[in-house]
Structures are given as structure tokens and as C-alpha cells.
Design a protein around this ligand. Sequence first.
Ligand code: R5P
Length: 291
Amino acid sequence: MIVSGSRSQSLAAALARELEQPLAAVEYDRFPDGELLASVPGFSASGADRAVIVASTVSSDAHLEVLQLQDAVREAGAEEVVTVLPYMGYGRQDEAFEAGQPVSSRAVARAISTGVDRVLTVNPHEKSVCDFFDPVATAVDAAGRLADPLPDDLVDPVFLSPDAGAIDLAETVRDAYGDGTGETDYFEKTRLSGEEVEISPSDTVVEGRDVVVTDDIIATGSTMSEAVAILHERGVDRVFVTCVHPLLTANAFTKLSRAGVEAIYGTDTIEGPASVVSVAPALATALETNY
Ligand code: R5P
């Protein structure tokens, strides 16, 4: 039975259809003091012995929901609990970057590990976060699907990443697009603050060409809008932006539109205006694979 967190309802439904499994009725309530109560009222009566919880941990509440749903289905008799974190929140704080900081992704992984038999997540910022979980945790690669919505008529395309860390994603999108022959390249990025980045361009000539820029996450949109601005300064024709996790906080969508992007294509690991590609088929395949 598929059990959905409140922020992943559309993906959970798509996954239930893909796997031909029932979708549990879930209730998300809040006590007068603000505390959450996520429950799965019909689970024990359903006779299901495996619960697959699908919940992107996009907020502190969403983290709490995962812990509660894991506990609720176990309490209701689930023999196996699998948690799918389409987007794993706090995944980018995978080390203590300054003295006194926590390794936040390890802290949340440890908490989730206490109530689950298997974990899946989609394109984490660093695959090594999977090692923070006690049960087997698998990183599912859904980046290839980002090529699906791109137009067929890209002109002499360049598949670019805004920093070296995302070049694998750009290559995956290039390989999945058309005959897989486009050029790939990456910019160098220095993060100045949470909302400010400095991008150093590469030597690739983009004048008159179409460029597809791919990153794992778009959060504030600062990284992407800087990259897009440089491309326009250099005479690019069209710019398409793709990412696995379209977090798009605050004014990110507007920022990118104003920077001159043709379209923003993301997946449904985060449900919002750019979630045009579903990761449900990739998750279904991974869930059906023994580990
Ligand atoms: C960081 O290295 C990630 O790959 C993304 O580039 C970053 O999280 C994007 O954040 P923002 O949209 O806030 O620039």
C-alpha cells in the first residue's frame, strides 16, 4: 500500500498507479498547540503487509510527518516499511562546513532510520548521504527524464551545468536527448552567501546556439539566473532550464523568467509549477528491484 506525505500526494498517486497498488487514506491533522498528527486510519483493515511511504521532506513539518507515518503503519501491523524521499531535505548540509555546525543530513537520516526497513531517494545532492541511513538506502537517478519535455528542434545544443558538481546530470540529459551528440560543459561557481553566487563562464561558444542548463536543485534561483545572464551576454539563442528538484523558493520562478529562460522543466519530487516530469516510473522500477 502506498502512503503519501502531504507534500507528495500527486507523486504518490502516480506511483500507486504505476505499481497497481492501493493508495492509503491519510489524514494530516494539527492539535490546537500546533503539533502534527499524520495518521493512516484504514491501514490495519486493508490487510497490507508492506507500506511504501512517499514523502518529500521539504520542511520541518514534512520530516515529522515521515516519522509519524512510519510509526503509524508499523503500529497498524505493516511487516515491511519502505520510505521514499523523492526530495531529501537537509541533504545539502552533508558535512559540518564550519566548526560547531551539524551534519544535518546525517541527523535526519538517523531519525528516519529508526522506523524503516528500506529507503529510496531521488538524485540526492551527494550520493554519499545514502550511507547515513542504517537500512539500505538507494539513490534513484531520474535525470534522464529531464530530456523528455525539451523541444525536438534545439539548434547545435550545449548541455551545461552551472557548476562542476552537476556535470554528470548535464551529461545524462545530453545522452537522453535526440541522438546524444550535443556538447557538454560546466561553469565554475563560488557561493558568496545563501542567496548570492558568482559564476565564471567557460570558453564554450554559445552565440546563436540553444543551451540547456541542468542542476540537481533550483532553490533561490540565484545559481541559475546568474548562469542564464552570462549566456545572454554571450549571445545565446534560447535557454532551457532543467532540474530534478524544482524547490523554487520565494521569487525564484520570477527571477528565472526575468533572466530570460524559455522554459523551466523539473520533476515531481517537489510538486509545483515546474513539475512537468514524473519520477514515478523510475521509482516503480527501483521498488521492484531486489536489494
Ligand atoms: C548546489 O551546489 C546545488 O547543486 C544547486 O546549485 C544549488 O542548491 C542551487 O541553489 P540556488 O537556486 O539557491 O542558487
